[in-house]
Design a protein around this ligand. Sequence first.
Ligand SMILES: NC(=O)C1=CN([C@@H]2O[C@H](COP(=O)(O)OP(=O)(O)OC[C@H]3O[C@@H](n4cnc5c(N)ncnc54)[C@H](O)[C@@H]3O)[C@@H](O)[C@H]2O)C=CC1
Ligand SMILES: C[N+](C)(C)CC(=O)CC(=O)[O-]
Length: 480
Amino acid sequence: MSSAKKTAAIIGGGVIGGAWAARFLLNGWDVRLFDPDPEAERKMSEVLGNARHALPMLYEIALPEEGTLTHVATISEAVAGAVYIQESVPERLDLKHKVFAKIEASAAMKTPVGSSTSGFKPSELSEGAKHPGRIFVAHPFNPVYLLPLIEVVPGPGADEAAVGAAEAILKSVGLYPLRVRAEIDAHIADRFLEAVWREALWLVKDGVATTEEIDNAIRYGFGLRWAQMGLFETYRIAGGEAGMAHFIAQFGPALKWPWTKLMDVPELTDDLIKQIADQSDTQSGALTIRELERLRDNNLVAMMRALKQQGAAAGKLIAEHEETLARPAAEGALVRTIDRTVPVDWTDYNGHMNESRYGQVFSDAADAMMRLVGADPAYIESGKSYFTVDSRIRYLNETLAGQRILVDSQVLEGKGKKYRVFHRMKNEAGEELATGEQLMIHVDLTTRRSSVPDDAVLQKVEALAAAHAVLPQPDERELL
Ligand SMILES: NC(=O)C1=CN([C@@H]2O[C@H](COP(=O)(O)OP(=O)(O)OC[C@H]3O[C@@H](n4cnc5c(N)ncnc54)[C@H](O)[C@@H]3O)[C@@H](O)[C@H]2O)C=CC1
Ligand SMILES: C[N+](C)(C)CC(=O)CC(=O)[O-]
């Protein structure tokens, strides 16, 4: 199976390269990774563990079958046959040039080569290259397996076909390529990050705030605003009914006052570094980096799922990506109606999936059974639907965040207005976690009263009921 998968070559598997690899693998790509660090395999497997925990929780459907990761001993092995190449070696131009030369010696001429560089321009990266036009900046945000933004910066002589192909690939793995119109040092987003960071360093150095107080100033306030509306939309609202022009008139003059130390950087003396590192230890030293990553990832997942529910910002993008992953409910003997991961926001104080979420899973399974017989959004729009009038859930085993759950559904009765379905929820090992049953009645949405379904729907319900009647039936004690 995996030989038919597309292959991405990842050169450099540290903080960023490891997470790039995870993003591709979890979206079904094979990955060949080159990193000379003797610890690279361990680090990669830890990052992949965190990514496997987090990324599937963003979706209401299972991601594609995971690709195969191969650690290789040379750049040439990594790039041969790859359709996308991402460079994520340390931020040193001479090193990046050496790596590009090796890539060019073995990769197909047109294969796009993205660089994770935080600051270099594509024209600097591609100096001396044989095919400079296919080298471009693809600047990601940490953790690459969760955050969708990739700043795509082509150089002046860019090969538009290669960059366009790269953007399509990035989108296909759930990323958001933001085309930067002109190359500049540090692209768009790192300009902001550096500005904020400079200010923060001065605030610590001048004894105005600790690292924790600065983080609190961000996370209790403008950080939340930025995550969902960015800067300009937020400020438009801050102008009240008079809007943006009024906002600028009111607050614009302050930009000329000497509040900011924007272009000054405090000297990073040993004392200042120690002061910041000590404060950071006090703030966060009780947790390891992997524990902090897990905490960050769970929070990001919960926030992005909330944005998805609102159809906003990064959440809208995830919903759109999910559409491309959607598969029709597989019809075997039984119908596989649910195949997904339990997200972190579904768990409760007992550390397992809350009982209300079982209701949601079985409700989603019933929706899938409706779509299967043609009671789909268009049918509902035409004024007909099914309502659940009775249901039962049996809780058999604990289900935890990050676990994959599968539901197989069976029609118990399908006649006239009645559509009765039974579901078994299992984990990947096949252990039964819960069962659910619903009696649905067909309804005319104009009168809100029961009615007989359209012929096409009724025929499908009856055919499915007949096919499922010959299968083993649930035990009497499992039923309503
Ligand atoms: N850390 C961050 O927050 C972000 C970093 N970036 C960019 O990503 C790139 C990589 O940064 P990090 O992952 O943070 O650094 P890192 O130090 O965590 O990882 C770099 C990796 O490259 C490997 N390496 C060194 N020489 C190599 C070579 N010749 N061939 C292949 N691998 C080699 C190292 O062994 C190391 O594992 C940089 O260009 C950086 O600017 C971009 C976005 C965010
Ligand atoms: C600190 N940094 C410049 C390497 C940060 C980035 O490039 C993006 C990010 O993930 O913050």
